[in-house]
Design a protein around this ligand. Structure first.
Ligand code: G6P
Length: 609
């Protein structure tokens, strides 16, 4: 994780670097730092806490310069201290920012200590600083020193380095952590995400795995993994950074929750037509590939994994293909069986999550028929490395807790269900039903947001609780899991989700009045079964909060609060029922006073294992 920004220009760059860091804070926010080259040499400024703490320190000190590198950190090696914040210096002349993990850092540290280098931090990154310094001592160029350095590194890195003896030059290396070069006129930039650079350029070059490059004010020189000088295509980005900020909303998360009807409309625009879904939305080769697909293997992390779990229910029921879903960090390290005609589907908001990307790369060696990624970032590694891709078009998601990315993923997955069903002999009525349900979905999402006030009131009852249990059945079970994840992420209340039928095999033992039980209860064929589970909780003195279909005939009483939602086709019910659970977590977090958009210990984009 961590965010990186670099700039080399004719003008002073501290402001550009700072704005870049603010935009990258979603990648980590436990400390931030900057190194700037000026007539005084290389100056460093670092602060524990958010980027604002660094901004205040810059204001006080007035440090600035015409080239510099900056970093916002999510701690992996070494605690959250100023000494562990980046940039890391060597000998006062060279500064390094790094994203990723150097796995052989202990061996390198011992070797460098033997050479007389003194380590001032507990980070793995500091080995890069001293290795670079050591290589430079041999009299080579900055870029050659970097080439020699990366040969000694094992693990993942996106790194940018500057040295006072090479004014105006930044050298960069990418292996396992994304980096993009932004091109200006008489100035150039580097960042771990193009979002950081949108105020200064729209022209980008995406470094490939294994690339090393030198970036000066007027030149970019890139060498690939084989040491060949290469050029990388210049792409003009039309990405919109959320220029309006939070708008009328108090937090990005709330804004993103409310954006969902619009975001889903965007996802579907031009892709669902009357009774059909447009298979080309998955790529030009989609039709040819989908015809061969007999099995789907989904791999993802976090919220995206929950989207995959919902899709499994859908795919087996409506597309007639078998489906497995697995957490990427497990999938990548075990020997799995590849069924003939398998499509590997990765789901990711960012397209850069380290474990999911590694799973995709592994799958490509395992004999899958093809790979598809469902992703929100068109330029991401996963999109670029998959045979097929479906862009969710949710727009930038800033809140660490994922909301609109999830519901747009589900909309895309439902399209996939229709498309695979079509080539698998499923009755065309199913595709027509999916297409219809999707077209009316944005309106249902709008309606679901109207119960905000009711949920705000409900949230009061949760704020002093330490534990909670979420229940659902069928495709609402993963929605219960997602509801529990949201609550724990932003309110820090312990939340667990169970398939309601599993209650009696353990969790019933936990039920008492101090353990609120949240039930997701649309009107579907499992409703009566779910009602029995509700009675099991009631009989043990549990207090329940039931999100139910108006037609499901649940009635509020002293042990149960019912929050009614309009009836929707059960196909899209998992998407609709997600919204009240997101709102519930949000309002509980507000009462608890947590940092909603940047909850403790978490980061939006997890680009390390
Ligand atoms: C982090 C985020 C989650 C997200 C997960 C997977 O943990 O905090 O919100 O669901 O990564 O991210 P991806 O970008 O692959 O969907």
């Amino acid at each position: 994780m961590c965010g990186i920004v670099g700039a080399t220009a004719e003008r002073r760059v501290a402001g550009i670097l700072l704005e870049g860091l603010r935009r990258l804070e979603y990648r980590g926010y436990d400390s931030a730092g900057m190194a700037l080259a000026s007539e005084q040499g290389l100056q460093q400024i670092r602060r524990v806490g958010k980027v604002q703490a660094l901004a205040d320190a810059l204001d006080e000190t007035g440090i600035n310069g015409k080239s510099g590198i900056a970093h916002t950190r999510w701690a992996t090696h070494g605690g959250v201290t100023e000494a562990n914040a980046h940039p890391h210096f060597s000998n006062g002349t060279l500064a390094v920012v790094h994203n990723g993990i150097i796995e052989n850092h202990e061996t390198l540290r011992r070797k460098l200590q033997g050479l007389g280098y003194e380590f001032l931090s507990q980070t793995d990154t500091e080995v890069i600083s001293h290795l670079m310094h050591h290589e430079l001592e041999k009299g080579v160029s900055l870029l050659d020193a970097l080439k020699a350095t990366v040969k000694q590194l094992e693990g993942a890195y996106g790194t940018v380095i500057m040295d006072k003896r090479y004014p105006g030059e930044l050298v960069v290396a990418r292996s396992g952590s994304p980096l993009v070069i932004g091109l200006g006129i008489g100035e150039n930039f580097i960042a771990s995400d193009q979002l950081a650079l949108l105020p200064v350029t729209r022209e980008f070059m995406y470094l490939e795995e294994g690339d090393v490059a030198s970036v000066t004010r007027d030149a970019v020189t890139i060498f690939d993994v084989d040491g060949q000088e290469v050029t990388r295509e210049v792409v003009t980005s039309d990405l919109q950074y959320d220029a309006g900020g939070k708008g009328e909303y108090r937090h990005y998360m709330l804004k993103e929750i409310h954006e969902q009807p619009f975001a889903v409309r965007n996802t579907l625009e031009g892709r669902v037509n009357g009774d059909k879904v447009l298979v080309n939305a998955f790529g030009e080769e989609a039709e040819a590939i989908f015809k061969d697909v007999k099995h789907v293997q989904i791999v993802a992390c976090g919220t995206s994994y929950h989207a995959g779990m919902v899709a499994r229910y859908w795919l087996e029921q409506y597309a007639g293909v078998s489906c497995n879903v697995e957490i990427a960090s497990e999938f990548r390290y075990r020997k799995s069986h590849v069924f003939p005609g398998s499509l590997l589907v990765t789901i990711s908001q960012s397209g850069e999550t380290a474990d999911t990307l590694a799973a995709l790369r592994l799958a490509k060696t395992l004999g899958y028929r093809s790979t598809l990624t469902i992703c929100n970032v068109a330029t991401s590694s996963m999109v670029r490395e998959s045979d097929l891709s479906f862009l969710t078009r949710a727009g930038a998601e800033i809140g660490v807790a994922s909301t609109k990315a999830f519901t747009t993923q589900l909309a895309g997955l439902l399209m996939l269900v229709a498309a695979l069903g079509r080539y698998n002999g499923v009755d065309r009525d199913v595709e027509a039903r999916i297409a219809h349900a999707l077209s009316t979905l944005p309106n249902h999402l709008e309606a679901a947001l109207k119960i905000t006030q009711e949920i705000e009131a409900l949230a009061e009852e949760f704020a002093d609780k330490e534990h909670s249990l979420f229940l659902g059945r069928g495709e609402q079970y993963p929605i219960a899991m997602e509801g529990a994840l949201k609550l724990k992420e932003i309110s820090y209340i312990h939340a667990e989700a169970y398939a309601a039928g599993e209650l009696k095999h353990g969790p019933l033992a936990l039920i008492d009045a101090e353990m609120p039980v949240i039930v997701v209860a649309p009107n579907n064929e499992l409703l009566e079964k779910l009602k029995s589970n509700v009675e099991e909780v009631r009989a043990r003195g549990g207090i329940m909060y039931v999100f139910a279909d108006r037609d499901a005939e649940f009635a509020s009483d002293e042990t149960m609060r019912v929050i009614n939602l309009d009836h929707v086709d059960e196909l899209v019910a998992p998407i609709v029922y997600t919204l009240p659970l997101q709102l519930l977590s949000y309002y509980v977090a507000i009462i608890k006073g947590t940092d909603v958009d940047q909850p403790r210990n978490l980061a939006k984009s997890v680009t390390v294992e």
